[in-house]
Design a protein around this ligand. Structure first.
Ligand code: FAD
Length: 408
């Protein structure tokens, strides 16, 4: 089977690696002329790391990741701190896999190297996808330079602005969520020594929240600051802002937040757009994966994790089903209920993280103690972290919602 993947992001590369492990031939077409280093971290929870470890990446990733001891909740103005959940050995014991934080470029490079070790010319750079056609015998994609390529299956892993999604399901109508995400990396040596802890922090406040965590040993620090603001609607990894503008958005927040903002290398801004979950994404020999299939808000830190899960499940479906059509519809059945629940869960978390009750004093404290009770936290996160995408047959049951339930 010749599988064409469009997009060499975390999702496309994981799918390529998983397919190669299953003995399925892949070609990955990526528009970028070279892999640029996106300056940001990513959190990989047990449901994502379980797949990466099954693909043999533990030794390569181990020297690059930070395995935090836990995550905490802090109040935006006083800095008062509560436990969110324990990680480290607890994640390994409870979910059977680690939770780690990593520089995106390090994870990306590891995936590229692993794919290249199995098929050296699998990834074709400078190959911008334009369109595709399909018939009973196969698919044909056309690239911007006029080249066309035939294969048996097309996987659209072309990210949040997916052209393949538009071709399959009609033009996207995203809605602006009213939130802007500030993003940046900070060298830890520029921060006071007490910042260098292997812990992730979610600062919560009325109308905004901030997520910080270490990457590259404790050498760097990742900052994502999300604030409700209506005047910036560009969804981009590369749009720059200024330190002053970012600081103004978090006026009145704890001095630790301002210490971090002052030291961000380059503050980037990203408008958060929401999209209705799709009710279908496999059509004949073409399907979608990752952000192309189920773009999500970052409030559960699950976009990359879902893309990784998709890759593992898709490879299993392609290797275990007699026909391509059957494999893709099974893949969609396994994935659509869970990913829809995650997309909706991220929306709910936005309301929780930005709740007006967090504005002040005793009300804020009571809100945190109530919303982040241990039982409630377990209910919100266990079903996410427990999921085992390496055993697709069990996936619908473990996701807590089957495709049939979702569609009814
Ligand atoms: P992408 O990474 O976007 O890759 C798509 C690829 O397709 C790109 O390389 C692109 O160049 C290529 N492409 C696009 N169009 C074409 C074309 N026409 N032809 C050829 N190639 C094309 N997720 C987590 O799990 N944990 C986190 O902690 C986390 N934090 C986040 C913080 C922020 C601020 C944001 C915005 C997102 C965060 N996410 C997180 C989400 C995560 O980054 C994405 O869900 C994930 O990167 C999606 O991967 P992907 O492979 O589907 O898409």
């Amino acid at each position: 089977m010749r599988t064409i993947i469009v997009g060499a992001g975390i999702g496309g590369l994981t799918a390529a690696l998983a397919c190669l492990h299953c003995g399925i031939d892949v070609e990955v077409y990526e528009q970028a002329p070279a892999f640029a280093e996106v300056g940001a971290g990513v959190q990989i929870s047990a449901n994502g790391s379980r797949v990466l470890l099954a693909l043999g990446l533990e030794s390569a990733l181990k020297s690059l990741w930070v395995e935090p001891t836990g995550k905490e909740i802090r109040l935006w103005n006083t800095g008062e701190t509560w436990k969110l959940f324990d990680l480290g050995v607890v994640s390994r014991e409870r979910y059977g896999a680690p939770y780690f934080m990593i520089h995106r470029a390090d994870l990306h490079r590891t995936l590229i190297d692993a794919v290249a070790a199995l098929k050296s010319d699998a990834v074709r750079l400078n190959s911008r996808y334009l369109t595709f056609e399909q018939d009973e015998s196969g698919v044909k994609i056309t690239l911007e330079d006029g080249t066309s390529v035939r294969g048996d299956v097309l996987i659209g892993a072309d990210g949040v602005h997916s052209q393949i999604r538009n071709q399959l399901t009609g033009t996207d109508r995203p809605h602006f969520t009213g939130c802007l995400a500030w993003r940046g990396l900070i060298r830890s040596s520029l921060l006071p020594p007490n910042f260098a802890r292997p812990v992730g922090t979610n600062w919560v406040g009325s109308g905004g929240h901030v997520v910080t965590y270490p990457v590259r040993g404790l050498e760097s620090f990742n900052f994502v600051g999300i604030i409700e603001r209506n005047d910036w609607q560009v969804e981009s990894w590369t749009a720059r802002g200024t330190h002053e503008e970012c600081a103004a958005d978090f006026e009145g927040w704890h001095p630790d937040i301002h210490e971090i903002i002052r030291n961000i290398e380059v503050p980037y801004k990203w408008a958060l757009l929401g999209r209705q979950p799709l009710t279908r994404w496999s059509f004949g020999r073409a399907t979608l994966l990752g952000d192309a299939a189920h773009p999500t808000l970052p409030m559960l830190a699950q976009g990359a994790n879902m893309a990784i899960e998709d890759g593992a499940v898709l490879a299993q479906c392609l290797s275990e089903n007699a026909s391509v059509g059957q494999a893709l519809s099974r893949y969609e059945d396994f994935r659509i209920g869970r990913t829809t629940r995650l997309v909706n869960g991220a929306l709910d978390n936005a309301k929780r993280f930005h709740n007006p009750a967090l504005a002040n004093g005793a009300g804020a404290k009571k809100y945190v103690e109530d919303e982040w009770q241990e039982d409630k936290v377990k209910q919100r996160y266990d079903w996410i972290f427990e999921y085992d995408a390496t055993r697709a047959e069990e996936a619908p049951r473990m996701s807590g919602m089957t495709a049939a339930m979702y569609r009814s």
